[in-house]
Write a protein that binds this ligand. Structure first.
Ligand SMILES: [Zn+2]
Length: 340
């Protein structure tokens, strides 16, 4: 069903139930095996549109995933805004090393040429390249959500301090970050992306309590999903159960959950308001178990009601390719037995 992958995903994200359950990842997909197959290795593949396209495409052509998800990190906007980034190694993803706006309580200075800076043009060029290479396969462009961007700009300490004691400054930063995310998402869609995935763990209950989420973050999400034309899904790591119902009112086309969230519980929280994406364990199962065990966990996710079968988080680079492929096999079995 190669030719219909894009159409099918968009249909599912639109809440139409007659499609085939997509098997994909909204979080990072590069593995050492795929790097060897393509010759596109970390860390170089973070800075080269050619390598980024080849490596992310391989998760579809070799790994069997039904979408192409790129880039492989959550540092692109932060770097363009002046954070120093360590690009990591073959096994370690890029990481933000400095927070240029820490302790600056005045309005942050946003460069006019922001989207021409650092690796933003690389991701946009990757999008155009992939659109040519695989026009029928959906492109999922990942990016830092507004909270993650603020967290990177001001650092963990100010992030928590301002959320509690300087909420107006915090909100001002979130508003700026929201505009940056909005502008970037627009460019990604123009370049050919089909879906945007905001990754925004630090907005969730592992970092901010639910009340702070409501007052400081939710308005930003509602604004973004309203202003961005095109499907937006959100991923948060950790146990997000306590905010799922509220998150389902933010206008996202899908919510991606980690394995610490129960699929059945998540489903009962969100109902039919949005699509549930998840949540095969990336460490316990995809990294360390056998394809049979991946299949077993995938079938459980499907039976409990995920709308899109996906890893619970970004793949560990050492994940065996056979385990990625096992997800698709599980979906095929499930749909043959239970749906036909
Ligand atoms: Zn995660």
């Amino acid at each position: 069903m190669q030719s219909g992958l894009r159409e099918n995903l968009l249909k599912v994200l639109d809440g139409k139930e007659d499609g085939i359950i997509p098997v994909l990842s909204v979080t990072q997909t590069a593995t050492n095996g795929l790097m060897e197959t393509t010759g596109a290795f970390w860390p170089q593949a973070h800075s080269s549109a050619f390598q980024m396209a080849e490596l992310s495409l391989a998760a579809h052509t070799v790994g069997g995933l039904e979408a192409i998800r790129y880039p492989f990190c959550l540092t692109v906007l932060a770097e363009a805004l002046g954070c120093e980034v360590d690009l990591g190694t073959i096994n370690r993803p890029p990481e933000v090393m400095s927070h240029p706006f820490a302790e600056k309580v005045e309005k942050p200075d946003i460069p006019a040429d922001l989207y021409d800076r650092a690796r933003v043009p690389v991701v946009l060029e990757t999008t155009r390249r992939l659109k040519n290479l695989a026009p029928n396969v959906p492109l999922i462009a990942g990016m830092e959500g507004p909270a993650t961007l603020v967290y990177h700009l001001i650092g963990a300490q100010d992030y928590l301090k301002w959320a509690l004691f300087k909420p107006e400054t915090f909100k001002m930063y979130i508003r700026e970050a929201t505009c940056i995310c909005e502008g970037y998402a627009k460019l990604l869609f123009e370049a050919g992306a089909d879906v945007i995935c905001l990754d925004d763990t630090v907005a969730g209950p592992e970092t901010l309590d639910c009340l702070l989420f409501e007052t400081l973050i939710k308005p930003s999400y509602q604004y973004l999903t309203h202003s961005i034309e095109g499907p937006v899904v959100i991923h948060m790591c950790g146990n997000t159960t306590s905010i799922l119902s509220s998150l389902a009112n933010c206008g996202f086309e899908g919510i991606s959950i980690e394995e610490s969230v129960s699929v059945a519980e998540a489903k009962s929280q969100i109902g039919s308001r949005t699509i549930l994406i998840g949540n095969i364990s990336t460490t316990n199962t995809l990294l360390y178990s056998t394809p049979e065990e991946v299949e077993e966990e995938a079938l459980k996710c499907l039976e409990e009601g995920v709308d899109i079968l996906a890893p619970g988080c970004g793949l560990a680079p050492e994940t065996p390719v056979v385990n990625i492929r096992a997800m698709e096999q599980a979906r095929d079995k499930y749909q043959n037995v239970f749906v036909k």
